[in-house]
Design a protein around this ligand. Structure first.
Ligand code: ADP
Ligand code: MG
Length: 500
């Protein structure tokens, strides 16, 4: 009897272990994204906010926190934060204020950081990001708050001393805090790409991750697939590239899964990411967490954004990348990734808008711009802003191709470069001077067709035996004889007639 009992309970234990082993976990993450604003001066002083100067070149009494020095708010910072808030569909808190976050650190001379805790400038927004499979994922934005950046401590310059550079102290930052809506490393990187694109598009930041203009903390937890409650999270600090965000997430996901599968529990903690090892390590746990003793900064009055001011900021908002994608896909039936080429490059979109006024066929224009023109710009390593063919000139060239006055290859390979080199002549005259205009002389084309078919007897035979693919060869040869000045469609027709 006892033996059976043991046997049964072993079996029960075994079954339970099987359950744990085969449990499916899902990743849950929310990001805190720090964005350095691209203002000329710092948030509370007239010190330069530029990156890359000699250490401590951009510091005054305010940055050094000398006794009696008082902060004075840079108005541009408010406008840039509101622009981002509007683009992220946030509610704008028209009355908000700064708090002091108290802690001691060598590169924080005041002994506190000026930030926003209770009343952030923006709240409750969202962003739609497109994933690689084309799905659109909505990620909630919990809040956006303003703060000043800290200085930089450098511990690797000398054996004996640590150095401090306060150039960065007081550079304006916004912190974008997302809801825990992220479910994979791919979603996180799509989100960061979208945010980087947006801050550049709105001209609020250069979004440069290498220079630290964009960096983020990733909060990561796991839960059983299908569960609706959240697990305990760990926060990986200061990730400075999208690649490292992905790596940190993948590492943490696996670490937490393994720990929980072995019966362990996750302890809420702050982690460092080691980019060389690709692993995380504990910085501090919740028990050792700082108590920042937040309170409203008495040196700064609350920020009041009047209705007029808000309306003025709204009026200056550019079309957003999302809106461009929506408009182009709806209006011209192109797919999202094609439309994204325009949404990612405002200059290209602007060029498109100007040229589209003069083209008969906007779809051709889109194809030209996203295809051969883009390839040519890439090859020359220039942007559309430096492209020496005006939108109206390009529109005219495309119209000529669509009207079969010039063939596309000749237009792209000879006419466009000619216009690029600069000339005061109208495009049509340039085409004429290059002898590119299609002659409507069908008898000449028929002659060329005969010559080609005579020369290529074996291929003609093959064609007649069913190898229809050689038709392209014939067309190409006729086009050569016509020096490109023929409509390939027409050449096709003539050849088909003769091959009957
Ligand atoms: P705190 O102020 O303590 O940092 P917040 O509520 O501001 O806490 O959350 C910080 C970040 O952590 C947010 O981006 C949020 O989405 C994320 N987060 C909260 N709970 C979880 C969780 N269980 N798993 C993953 N991320 C989480
Ligand atoms: Mg936090």
């Amino acid at each position: 009897m006892t033996g059976t009992l043991i046997h049964i309970s072993n079996l029960v234990i075994f079954v339970e272990q099987m359950n744990t082993d085969f449990k499916q976990f899902e990743l849950v993450s929310g990001l805190e994204i720090h964005v350095q604003l691209n203002t000329t001066t710092k948030i509370f002083s007239s010190d330069s906010a530029a990156f890359g100067a000699l250490p401590n070149a951009h510091i005054s009494a305010v940055t050094m926190a000398l006794p009696g020095a008082l902060p004075k708010l840079n108005k541009e910072v408010i406008e840039k934060a509101v622009r981002i808030g509007l683009a992220l569909n946030c509610h704008i808190n028209q009355r908000n204020y700064f708090d002091r976050k108290n802690y001691f650190y060598a590169d924080l001379p005041k002994g506190y950081q000026i930030t926003q805790d209770n009343q952030p400038i923006c709240k409750d927004g969202f962003i739609d990001v497109t994933l690689s499979n084309g799905d659109v994922k909505q990620i909630g934005i919990n809040r956006i708050h303003l703060e000043e950046d800290a200085g930089k401590s450098m511990h690797d310059q000398s054996e004996e001393y640590s150095f401090i550079d306060l150039n960065r102290a007081g550079v304006p930052l916004i912190e974008i805090v997302t809801e825990p809506d992220i479910r994979s490393a791919e979603e996180a990187s799509a989100l960061l790409n979208a945010i980087r694109q947006l801050v550049r598009h709105l001209d609020v930041s250069d979004g440069n991750m290498e220079e630290g203009s964009l960096r983020c903390d990733a909060n990561i937890s796991i839960r059983e697939q299908g569960s609706t409650t959240f697990g305990t999270r760990c926060e990986v600090k200061n990730l400075n590239s999208i690649r490292n965000v992905r790596r940190a997430m993948e590492f943490e996901f696996n670490r937490q899964k393994e720990l929980v599968s072995q019966g362990g529990t996750i302890i809420q903690s702050t982690l460092n990411f080691d980019a060389d090892q690709g692993s995380t390590s504990p910085m501090r746990s919740k028990e050792e967490a700082n108590d920042y003793r937040y309170f409203p900064d008495p040196d700064l009055p609350p920020i009041l954004i009047s209705n007029e001011w808000l309306a003025a900021i709204k009026a200056c908002m550019p079309v957003l990348p999302q809106e461009i994608v929506q408009q182009l896909t709806a209006q011209y039936g192109i797919n999202r990734s094609e439309a994204a080429i325009f949404a990612e490059d405002m200059d290209l979109y602007e060029y498109f808008r100007q040229a589209s006024v003069a083209t008969q066929n906007a779809k051709s224009l889109i194809n030209w711009l996203s295809g051969p023109i883009r390839a040519s710009l890439n090859e020359q390593q220039i942007s559309i802003a430096d492209f020496n063919v005006s939108p109206l000139q390009l529109a005219e060239i495309i119209n000529m191709v669509d009207d079969k006055k010039i063939n596309q290859q000749a237009a792209m390979q000879r006419l466009v470069p000619k216009v690029e080199r600069g000339s005061s002549l109208p495009v049509i005259q340039l085409a004429q001077s290059l002898n590119l205009l299609i002659t409507e002389d069908s008898s000449a084309l028929a002659d060329f067709a005969d010559q080609v078919l005579n020369k290529l007897q074996p291929q003609v035979l093959a064609y007649k035996k069913g190898k229809k693919g050689v038709l392209g060869l014939f067309v190409g040869e006729v086009m050569k004889l016509a020096k490109g000045k023929a409509d390939p469609q027409k050449v096709n027709e003539i050849l088909l007639e003769k091959l009957k």
